[in-house]
Design a protein around this ligand. Sequence first.
Ligand code: AHG
Ligand code: MN
Ligand code: MN
Length: 334
Amino acid sequence: MTSPDSDHSHLTRRDNLLTLQSHVLAEQAKIPGATGTFSWILSALSLSAKVISSKIRRARINDVLGSLGSENVQGETQQKLDVIANETLLRCLGSREGVSVVGSEENDDPIFLERGRDSGGYAVLFDPLDGSSNIDCAGGVGTIFSILRHDPSSSDVGETLQPGHRQVAAGYVLYGSSTVFVLTSGNGVHMFVLDPTIGAFLRVAENLQMPRKNKVYSCNEGNRLTFPDGYQRYLSWAQENGYSSRYVGAMVADVHRTLLQGGVFLYPPTKKAPDGKLRLMYEANPMAMILEQAGGRAFAGKQRLLDVIPSKLHQRTSVVMGSADEVDAVLSHL
Ligand code: AHG
Ligand code: MN
Ligand code: MN
């Protein structure tokens, strides 16, 4: 029996203490000639997540709940925390040389940042606060981001309108019972949890693979009667086959549960949102990249989401995304 002081197995165990920052630097080290620009952007997103998490958890104490009374470009009433989260991200990303342009759900147009010739190179698109209708009742909310390559010399909006398969990275932060940061840069899905006692995101899972099936569907059934017939047929089939329903009303929370437990999240076209409600560029595409990297599937109607060619920054889409077999079960009814 080895004595504790001679047992160094903890130094080789796979569950070594790794932070988001050390994970990002380790990934950077694998890329010959990497400049660190991309790592700096992820560092800005990590900092933003910590700041937003802190503000959300003290929102009622600091009296920053509720709406501002203003509307965003989406025609949606802005919550005070929508704007606070947006400003936090703009401030953190604006100071990073690698960011040429940012696009936000809360800003009408993309913001092009003056960059030197040999810097810039990335576009960061984000939904600063997703599920904000949950914020006043302490429900799950999140931040969603998408990172694309961008020519720093271009200030053409069209440069940012790339199909989702061109994303170089995607991720989200869930401000739930814990603050969870989920990230993919095309080499698997990795999950980190904020340890507020040390202010660091600790890696708790890498190369996540989602269950191929789970009898859970997630949609707003209040809209059921205005769903196209195929979706209604699917819901009847699911209920006849013992499926459960889970719906938080915040995409980040519903997709995170689907990633970890399996199932399918769907927001079909409705009478109120005939093209779907969710935004392609900074809600659907980043989530689609993550779920595909985890072995899942993501569709807009019968088209693979990551192949949809965008025409507008705030373009809407319907979504069906989740476990491969569960997405196929929906598609088979459309
Ligand atoms: P946001 O708060 O950024 O506007 O996003 C809300 C979205 C998404 O998070 C969620 O899945 C969906 O709206 C819920 O819509 P319904 O309330 O119509 O179900
Ligand atoms: Mn959203
Ligand atoms: Mn939002």
